[in-house]
Design a protein around this ligand. Structure first.
Ligand code: HEM
Length: 501
């Protein structure tokens, strides 16, 4: 009896294994023969069989460099999965990202938290939301943001002065700066980023965890659902990081309305969301939409801007001659007497070159901005692709194209300076086309001017007051890159020493 039951269990297990193998084999055969991508397109052989290969590369945090190596080996078009291509060809930029593109954001954006402008996939829905939000980031609004940005940077400067001469984690303080600027500017409240000594506020912990939870729910929804049924306060709290995160946006809206009402006298950014824009006749967003957008933007602003500031400081330490050049320029410009007002910094060529070159060399979103072809046929760089093909380019590769950026592996701010070094050079049309660091076209970054202003003000204020150097050679290893959509320095810290001049 016992033997009989063991035998029948073995048969069941064997049948299940054979069925599973059969299904996988059928899937692989289907992937190979039904692929919309011409067989002549090169790429790793595993990419012909399954999309799991690129998924694993993605999860390992090595996507940008792996895809970059594939382009170096195979050329400007590479297959990443049976249904997915990566392009590194200048002629692919417009069809994928240009203003008249028929491609839309890929379904992966559905896994990036709650619906907001960043996640919206349809052209019409996105166009409407963008019209309703763009005025919040218009030049007039930037002026309103500036005092708030300075007040946050005052706090980080005080901390750096207090810790002068000792190693500090510049990544932490740059992230905290970006976080509190986002809080002050967008939510009208501080996240308390400078309250703890190198202790990140809870919001940042939710933000970090949220990425992991999104990756889990996006790639393994069944496992995510199973975990959410298990007991354990810590686990459930972890799985709910997204809810906690979005609660900040909702609380900010409630708090604001309780304090100022729906038709307040003050003209803050939140007011603009709440009232809409009478000048362009754009209707206001609902309170829930505003809360979700605010939280989404705090997420879009923090790591991107924080990382860029950190990498700029790190590069200035690796290239002390550029650090000195920047200091000389800032001190000679009279910007200090002008309280480092953005207007006094905006046109400084070396400062501009340092920021542009950091955005080129260390793009904060280094890997694919994934899109899907939505027309019946789309021609990209000479390839005719059917509907529903996944296509992308990555800034890590386009911004290292030696045809447009000579010696691409050199961090060289002089690319963005006129020949005599005395003026700003915006680069050739081709260089500008290949810059994808802030995205492109109608989906380009809404906060890019706010980010650039913050980065320039921070760098100018730091070099005018401190000499900065690496804490040790270990900093190079810490600043090596991993990427999970946004770039994350491998060591999750950046040891630098700031010494008062
Ligand atoms: C150095 C800093 C930043 C970098 C490198 C950066 C980069 C990007 C990139 C590459 C995209 C396009 C994503 C895609 O196509 O999938 C994007 C979109 C976006 N960014 Fe940024 N970003 C930065 C700072 C900010 C800031 C400070 C804010 C807001 C306060 C912001 C808000 C947004 C929004 C709302 C979108 C979506 C725009 C749309 O789809 O219409 N970003 N950003």
């Amino acid at each position: 009896m016992y033997l009989e039951s063991r035998f029948s269990i073995s048969i069941t297990v064997l049948t299940a294994v054979v069925v599973a193998f059969g299904l996988i084999l059928l899937r692989v055969i289907h992937n190979v023969f039904a692929s919309p991508i011409p067989p002549s397109v090169p790429g790793p052989w595993l990419a012909r069989l399954t999309n799991k290969w690129i998924l694993l590369v993605d999860l390992s945090g090595k996507r940008a460099r792996t895809v970059h190596a594939l382009h170096k080996k195979h050329g400007p078009v590479v297959r990443l999965a049976p249904n997915e291509l990566s392009f590194a060809d200048i002629d692919a930029v417009k069809p994928i990202y240009g203003p008249a593109t028929t491609c839309i954001k890929s379904p992966v954006y559905d896994t990036f938290g709650r619906l907001g402008i960043f996640q919206m996939r349809g052209h019409d829905e996105h166009h409407q939301r963008r019209r309703r939000m763009a005025h919040v980031f218009a030049p007039g609004s930037l002026q309103q943001m500036e005092p708030l940005i300075h007040s946050v940077i005052d706090q980080v400067m005080a901390i750096l002065a207090r810790k002068a001469g000792k190693p500090v984690d510049a990544l932490h303080w740059c992230r905290m700066t970006a976080l509190d600027v986002a809080g002050e500017v967008l939510l009208g409240r501080s996240f308390g980023a400078f309250d703890g000594d190198e202790e990140a506020p809870v919001f940042i912990q939710h933000l970090d965890n949220m990425f992991l939870v999104w990756a889990l729910s996006g790639n393994a929804p069944l496992l995510h659902r199973a975990l959410s049924l298990l007991p354990g306060k810590k686990l459930q709290r972890f799985l709910k990081s997204g809810d906690y995160f979005y609660q900040y946006g909702a609380d900010a809206v409630d708090e604001y309305l309780a304090l100022h009402g729906r038709v307040p006298n003050r003209r803050s950014l939140l007011t603009k969301f709440i009232l809409g824009d009478p000048d362009t006749g754009t209707a206001p967003l609902s309170d829930t939409e505003i809360g979700d957008e605010l939280a989404n933007m705090a997420f879009a602003a923090t790591d991107t801007t924080g990382n860029t500031m950190t990498y700029a400081l790190y590069r200035l330490c690796c290239h002390p001659a550029w650090q000195q050049k920047l200091r000389d320029e800032v001190l000679a410009s009279g910007a200090r007497d002008a309280g480092f007002a953005f207007q006094s910094l905006q046109a400084l060529p070396v400062l501009n070159g340092v920021v542009m070159e950091t955005l080129r060399f260390h793009p904060s979103i280094p890997s694919a901005l994934p899109r899907v072809t939505a027309a019946r046929e789309t021609v990209i760089a000479g390839l005719v692709l059917p509907q529903d093909t996944l296509v992308s380019m990555q800034s890590y590769t386009t911004q290292r194209d030696p045809a447009h950026f000579p010696d691409p592996e050199q961090w060289r701010p002089s690319r963005w300076l006129t020949r005599d070094g005395g003026g700003i050079d915006a680069g050739t049309a081709e260089m500008r086309e290949m810059l994808l660091g802030f995205g492109k076209g109608s989906r380009a970054c809404l906060g890019q001017h706010m980010a650039t202003m913050q980065i320039k003000i921070l760098l100018a204020r730091v070099v005018a007051r401190f000499r900065v150097r690496l804490a040790s050679d270990a900093t190079h290893d810490e600043m090596d890159m991993t990427d999970h959509f946004t770039l994350i320095p491998k060591g999750r810290r950046c040891g630098l020493v700031f010494t008062e001049l």
